[in-house]
Design a protein around this ligand. Structure first.
Ligand code: HSE
Length: 435
């Protein structure tokens, strides 16, 4: 029976999960693959830690070059994370003719164009299902299942940490700080949780999805990114009263000549299934011209779900190797020579509905001053609500608008902020999925 040999770089959460699946489900995988998938070497700086696995003799090494330079290894699984070391090892492995599986969304978002080009020139594959959405087969779905569809849009919850925090505040009244600490303790958060809460991790994943959906180069720098650190329990409570949940959404839409790609807290109506995705779970809605709307839902982080996606990629490459082919399915869903740089639509050009919260002195004429400026910018108010509760002498005023232009709402908010009746920076949350 043919044997495909793999090497793992990094025995952290995902690398350990991959090893567990290989050892626990080896016979099952063999019966599906028709070949033996063998772990030949696994490198990590910490070889003493008990991972609950009995490694076969000679597998563990502290030297990653023993993995990437091993002539018997066909596929290298990069599970280190971070950018510099991982990139150098991937390039070395590619140079040695090895195929790559990686969970490294940050690296692909920043260096993916170069890495995929280098792999294509060398005739090897880079597979990256575990980099987006954990166990959800989002890459395979776009690249294979929806290959006949023109994709209109993708919207999703792609960061378990942010979804956990927002769900805990919404459903249990837990503070932001406590919810973040819990997410860190459960192991969802990045080593630097700023990447999660400021939306950058979601943007890394969105840059990858936009590329495979639309055949554009990976273009992280033009994606508008806003995280959840300014969302307050007051906003969440008001949204709830109006029939909305606040979620950190990744959105990408093709406008005909540009890609509207953005990450920001978004109010979505209870009727939208994404509003019911709670805890650390992820979900994505994809709109295709043939399929209509479809959804994927599952664990977007964690040892075994992410390892499951890494094994799926490894077996796809192993199948190519068994049949003497490679990149039968193009890495980025489009043929490399078809990939172009499609411009990203600036956030100022979008039009949507908005929630705004002002903090204002409670005196006659306040509402008319605010609504006058909004009117000057063609922003039509759908509903307005003021509470009696005073904070430092000011009252919160909540407004929902009809569809308006982002550039106009930004100009209006800037003018309103400078009024002497306004005591704090206004909050703005975009609303999607409403009419
Ligand atoms: N920090 C990420 C999350 C891990 O919270 O979703 C999975 O990419």
């Amino acid at each position: 029976m043919k044997e495909i040999k793999i090497g793992i770089l990094g025995l952290g959460t995902v690398g350990t999960g991959v090893t567990k699946i290989l050892y626990d489900n080896g016979p099952l995988i063999m019966s599906r693959l028709g070949a033996k998938l063998t772990l030949k070497k696994a490198a990590d700086i910490d070889l003493q830690r008990d991972r609950g696995i009995k490694f076969d003799d000679g597998i563990l090494t502290a030297d990653p070059l023993e993995v990437v330079n091993d002539p018997k290894i066909d596929i290298v699984l990069e599970m280190i994370g971070g950018e510099a070391i991982a990139k150098d090892l991937i390039l070395k492995a590619i140079d040695n003719g090895k195929h790559i599986v990686t969970a490294n969304k940050a690296l692909l978002a920043s260096q993916g164009n170069m890495l995929f080009k280098t792999a294509a020139e060398k005739g090897v594959s880079i597979a990256f299902e575990p980099s987006v959405g954990g166990c959800m087969p989002i890459i395979k779905t776009i690249r294979e299942s929806l290959v006949g569809n023109s994709i209109a849009s993708i919207s999703g919850i792609l960061n378990g940490t942010c979804n956990y925090i927002l769900s805990k505040i919404t459903n249990e009244g837990v503070s932001f700080e406590d919810a973040l600490s819990e997410a860190q303790a459960k192991g969802f958060a990045e080593a630097d949780p700023t990447l999660d809460i400021e939306g950058f991790d979601t943007a890394h994943k969105l840059a990858i999805l936009s590329s495979i959906a639309y055949g554009t180069e990976i273009n992280l720098n033009e994606i508008y990114v806003e995280g959840i650190s300014n969302i307050t329990a007051t906003d969440i409570e008001f949204a709830d009263q109006c029939g909305y949940r606040i979620k950190l959404l990744a959105i990408t839409k093709f406008t005909g000549n540009a890609i509207d790609a953005r990450v920001h807290p978004t109010m979505i109506p209870f009727s939208n299934p994404l509003s019911n995705v709670n805890g650390s779970l992820n979900a994505v809605t994809i709109s295709g011209d043939a399929v209509g709307d479809m959804m994927l839902y599952g664990h977007g982080a964690g040892m075994m779900p992410t390892a499951s996606a890494a094994i799926s990629d490894t077996i796809d490459i192993a199948r190519d190797l068994i049949y003497g082919t490679h990149t039968r399915v193009p890495m980025l869903s489009f043929q490399m020579e078809q990939i172009e740089k499609i411009p990203t639509q600036p956030i100022e050009e979008i039009s949507t509905h908005y929630y705004v919260r002002f903090s204002a002195i409670d005196q006659p004429g306040v509402l008319s001053k605010i609504s006058g400026i909004l009117g000057d910018h063609q922003i039509s108010i759908k509903s307005v609500h003021q509470t009696e509760q005073k904070l430092n002498g000011a009252v919160p005023i909540f407004m929902l608008t009809h569809q308006a232009k982002e550039a106009e709402i930004q100009k209006a908010l800037s003018k309103i902020s400078s009024l002497d009746i306004i005591t704090d920076t206004p909050s703005l949350i975009r609303i999607e999925g409403t009419n």
